[in-house]
Design a protein around this ligand. Sequence first.
Ligand SMILES: [Zn+2]
Length: 70
Amino acid sequence: MAKVKSKLSPKASLSLDDVKSEMERCLNPWNGGCESTDIAIYIVYKGNKIPLCWKCWRKISRKDFEWEAY
Ligand SMILES: [Zn+2]
């Protein structure tokens, strides 16, 4: 099914680089040092959408954090 387009413009490859540099990192507010890119879910914390990695998510889901803190 996949047809390779040979007319990829330089802009297209630039935007791919942008996607890479904007790769989501874990922003676990309860663990500032975590920068894992293995994002599991997004949570809304204090009005911000925050990516969480699997490790942090498992920790948090076990600890039963209070989600209505904001
Ligand atoms: Zn994390």
